[in-house]
Design a protein around this ligand. Structure first.
Ligand SMILES: [Zn+2]
Length: 443
């Protein structure tokens, strides 16, 4: 499931990640993450190390591994918890013991009269913590049938439902994320680059869900996390080989965006409509050609396109012409970003003329990327985009979007990383996609 679904999951993750970034989310460290998130800088020689993890690089200060609060679900009427060993339930606010439960026994928690009810008994605590009694004899807690490392915390929410949170060490969390984002069958250096990017992204996103009572959610909105069942031996190897390592710019975790395939050139961070970040600039990415699915076409009739535009608020009537500078990858224009991605397309319709921004067009039409050109159909009436303007007289004519790459194009291309991994270390791979960043450690 993981292997087949990872690219789809990734694409949705990246879409959302960009939204998070450009919506100016709050990045204050959440209250419950006790250890500091200030990274340590590696020494000059360890920065170029090819085998981090083999020995501790000089200059690294050992810190306690932070705990991240992952929201597993909100709005639950009840929760069923168990473990493979003896476990304890405590009041999460006071630490006071509530119960000790035998291995594999089930605890059911529900809500009645504004109180949490544990195995039929109402308690005064509003927030309870499940922990393994002895980590030497047990490995996991299970909630809703899925297994997790760390603690499970159940919170009585204001709407009288239960919020389920997994409080887990940061790298255990990354272990449950990485194989959802990249196939464990890919080369180890690519997986290591992915581990550092995912860890950096988590550090950057901390606190995004503070109002919900946790740091990050477990869905595509943040990063997909499936606990122990999402782990793979190769993914865990990549996480431990890069333990605690992140990318920083001016001492802070960077916005480590990544995507499936760049189509030959990555995008600057401003190309999805936000601010230009100094470490996210377009870079040539010829190795992305390793992705044989990089080239794509999306075909629809002029009538269908006009209906989609209309549904998105662009009421143009019948499409009469489309204006867009022909695609030349790596070459900007007034209506294209420096990578060649669409900045805007001009649709001349029977009712009005509108300029549609590239990222908006991508969602309206459902294009894999905005590194694309447009032309009129196939057959006798076919018209390639040679002059930057294509005319349509027939509402049934085919409009063909023809493009390269998958995803927003910002930051690391996973297919590019896969190809680079044949000759490069994970830090060299990351340095290719993120400019002037420092490698440092959170712990
Ligand atoms: Zn989220």
């Amino acid at each position: 499931m993981i292997r087949n679904g990872f690219s789809r999951v990734l694409q949705s993750f990246c879409m959302v990640a960009v939204v998070l970034f450009f919506s100016g989310a709050c990045f204050a460290a959440p209250k419950e993450v006790k250890p500091t998130m200030t990274p340590d800088k590696p020494s000059a020689e360890s920065r170029g190390a090819t085998k981090p993890g083999a020995s501790e690089p000089r200059g690294r200060v050992q810190k306690e591994e932070p705990v991240i609060r992952v929201g597993l679900s909100d709005g639950q009427a009840s929760a069923v918890v168990t473990a493979d060993g003896e476990y304890v339930i405590r009041d999460a606010a006071t630490g006071q013991g509530i119960d000790k439960i035998a291995a594999k026994s089930i605890t059911t928690v529900s809500v009645k009269n504004r109180k949490l009810v544990v195995n039929g008994k109402a308690i005064s605590a509003q927030k309870i913590r499940f922990s393994i009694a002895d980590s030497r004899s047990a490995r996991y807690l299970s909630v809703a049938g899925s297994k997790y490392r760390g603690d499970i915390v159940l919170v009585l929410a204001e709407d009288q439902t239960i919020t389920v949170v997994n409080e887990v060490k940061l790298d255990d969390y990354i272990g449950g994320v990485i194989s959802e984002e990249m196939s464990p069958e890919w080369p180890l250096e690519a997986l290591k680059a992915q581990a550092v990017a995912a860890r950096t992204f988590a550090a950057y996103s901390l606190g995004i869900h503070d109002a919900d009572g946790y740091d990050v959610c477990a869905s595509t909105h943040c990063q997909v996390y499936g606990g122990i069942e999402s782990e793979s031996p190769a993914g865990l190897r990549a996480v431990s080989a890069t333990r605690g390592e992140i990318m920083a710019y001016q001492g802070k975790p960077i916005y480590a965006a990544f995507h499936s395939s760049s189509g030959g050139m990555t995008a600057g961070s401003e190309e999805a409509g936000g601010n230009a970040l100094p470490y996210l600039k377009p870079v040539r990415d010829p190795q992305d050609a390793a992705n044989t699915n990089s080239h794509w076409q999306v075909t629809l009739s002029a009538k269908e396109l006009s209906a989609k535009l209309s549904a998105a608020g662009f009421r143009i009537g019948n499409i009469k012409a489309v204006e867009l500078t022909p695609l030349d990858i790596g070459k900007g224009a007034s209506d294209r970003y420096p990578s060649g991605r669409i900045k805007q397309v001009r649709f001349i319709g029977s009712l009005q003329t509108v300029n549609v921004p590239g990222p908006k067009l991508r969602w309206v039409v459902g294009l894999p990327s905005t590194l694309a050109d447009v032309r009129r159909g196939t057959g006798k009436k076919a018209a390639p985009n040679t002059k930057g303007k294509i005319e349509f007289s027939d509402p049934n004519a085919e409009v063909v979007f023809d493009g390269y790459g998958r995803g927003h194009g910002i930051g690391m291309s996973q297919w590019g990383a896969k190809a680079l991994a044949a000759k490069k270390t994970y830090r060299e791979i990351l340095n290719h996609y993120y400019k002037d960043v420092e490698f440092s450690w959170l712990f």
